[in-house]
Design a protein around this ligand. Structure first.
Ligand code: ATP
Ligand code: MG
Length: 250
């Protein structure tokens, strides 16, 4: 193992995967430091979602190293084992329990993993309650805690789902297009939310909305045809002629 992997939270080296002969991920290398938030951008089909599929064990790479926490080989683990290690993933479509309150949704997701019946009908421990309060505050839904999730806006449902992920105390959070379908105000709120989360956890965010990426204010990796095309500040990568070319589709 190289010295770079050591001390990193996520380390991808020379990772490739093909679907029916098509190389969706092509010698992809990427290193994320503990506590870092990284934005991943790139045109449609660049391999952004597939990269997350590889990290979470949904897709197995044909070649390459994928290490968590410097030494844990993710390519040998299944999705459940990877989730248990502390890698949480937010999909695009919110999957909250509509008929339950906002607070109960968070309670149901708590790491302790009591059964549904126990969670909903038994008294919570003070530790559980304060964890729930903390998460509701982080996702700015404290005022809506007693309302059914069904009544939340699209953006609020996305935040609730992020809160449910936080309840599982992941060390690394993967978020795919969180701002899709959000209003400008919700998009800005989401950037603030992810910045709060990134104070404690490592985060990878895939997003097409450049206003949102700018609000995050973090290092950006540009993917193209399954490889890293450029890396740096948003200003630096936006000024890179190769990146411009790819986005203009020439
Ligand atoms: N399970 C699969 N089987 C076959 N092809 C796949 C599979 N998953 C992804 N691909 C292909 O791999 C390429 C990369 O897809 P991916 O979804 O990772 O792109 P993306 O960067 O997330 O794009 P978008 O911005 O549109 O979400 C695409 O050409 C896609 O069609
Ligand atoms: Mg995608």
């Amino acid at each position: 193992m190289s010295g770079v992997a050591e001390g990193s939270i996520l380390y991808l080296d020379q990772v490739s995967v093909s679907f029916d002969g098509f190389r969706a991920i092509n010698n992809l290398s990427l290193v994320l430091e503990p506590g870092e938030m990284r934005a991943i951008i790139g045109p449609n089909g660049a391999g952004k979602t597939t990269m997350m599929d590889i990290v979470t064990g949904k897709t197995r790479p044909d070649t390459g190293d994928v290490l968590f926490d410097g030494s844990i080989d993710l390519t040998r683990l299944d999705e459940a084992a990877i989730a248990n290690l502390g890698i949480g993933r937010k999909f695009q479509k919110p999957t909250v329990f509509e008929s339950h309150t906002v607070e109960d949704n968070v309670a149901l997701a708590l790491k302790a993993g009591r059964g549904v019946f126990q969670t909903l009908f038994h008294r919570r421990t003070p530790a559980e309650q304060s964890r729930i309060d903390e998460i509701l505050d982080t996702i700015r839904l404290t005022a809506r805690r007693s309302h059914p999730a069904a009544g939340l806006s699209h953006g609020q449902k996305q935040w609730l789902e992020i809160g449910m992920l936080l309840a599982q105390e992941p060390r690394l959070l993967l978020v795919d297009e969180p701002a899709a379908g959000m209003t400008d105000a919700e998009t800005a709120e989401t950037a603030e939310l992810l910045k709060r989360i990134a104070e404690k956890q490592s985060v990878i965010v895939v997003e097409h909305d450049m206003t949102f990426v700018r609000q995050l204010g973090v290092k950006v990796t540009v993917l193209h045809e399954g490889s890293v095309l450029a890396e740096g500040s948003l200003d630096a990568v936006s000024a890179n002629p190769r990146v411009v070319e790819v986005y203009l589709g020439r």
